[in-house]
Ligand binder design. Structure first.
Ligand SMILES: [Fe+2]
Length: 165
C-alpha cells in the first residue's frame, strides 16, 4: 500500500520529535553534570540513546515506505531547572507530548486503513506507556525521599540512578 501524504508528513515529524527528545535529555544530562550528580547524568544519557534509537526506527520505516526524510530546526531545550524534581516533571510532560503525537499518527493510520503503520506503531504505544510509568515512579521517589532538600537522600538516589544499564 502506498503511504499516504499526511502519514508521510506525520512520520517525518516524528523522526524530528524523537531527536528533539534526545536533545532535551542531553540538556538535562548537562544540568546534572553541572551539579556533580553523575548517576542522574548517566541515566539521562541512556535516555538520549533511546530517543536516537526511536528516531532511527521512524527514519527506517519512513524510507522503507518510500517516504522522504526532512530535518527541521531544533527548538532550544530547557536547560535551567530549579530542582531535581522539576527536571523529571519536564521529562514527563515531554513524554506525554510524544505519546499524544504517536497516538495521533495511530488514529490517522486507522482512519486510512494503513495496517502497516498501525503495526509499526504498536511498539511505540507500549514504549510510551513504559516511559511515562518509569518517569512517574522516579518522581514519586524524589518526592518520597525529599531529595531536593536532603543531601544524603540525593546522594543515594543519584547512586541508584547511575546503576541503570
Ligand atoms: Fe521516544
Amino acid at each position: 500500500m502506498k503511504l499516504n501524504d499526511e502519514l508521510k508528513a506525520l512520520l517525518n515529524a516524528q523522526v524530528n520529535m524523537e531527536i528533539e527528545a534526545a536533545y532535551q535529555y542531553k540538556a538535562m544530562s548537562a544540568y546534572f553534570e553541572g551539579r556533580e550528580l553523575e548517576g542522574f547524568a548517566k541515566w539521562m544519557d541512556a535516555q538520549v540513546q533511546e530517543e536516537l534509537g526511536h528516531s532511527k526506527k521512524f527514519y527506517d520505516y519512513l524510507l522503507k515506505r518510500e517516504g522522504k526524510i526532512e530535518y527541521f530546526e531544533l527548538n532550544k531545550p530547557k536547560a535551567d531547572f530549579s530542582s531535581v524534581k522539576e527536571v523529571f516533571e519536564v521529562a514527563l510532560a515531554h513524554e506525554q507530548k510524544v505519546t499524544a503525537s504517536i497516538e495521533n499518527i495511530y488514529k490517522v493510520a486507522r482512519n486510512l486503513g494503513d495496517f502497516g503503520v498501525e503495526n509499526f506503531l504498536d511498539f511505540f504505544i507500549e514504549e510510551q506507556e513504559e516511559e511515562e510509568e518509569t518517569v512517574k515512579k522516579i518522581i514519586d521517589k524524589i518526592t518520597l525521599l525529599n531529595v531536593d532538600n536532603k543531601n544524603v537522600e540525593l546522594y543515594l538516589l543519584d547512586k541508584e540512578m547511575g546503576e541503570r544499564k
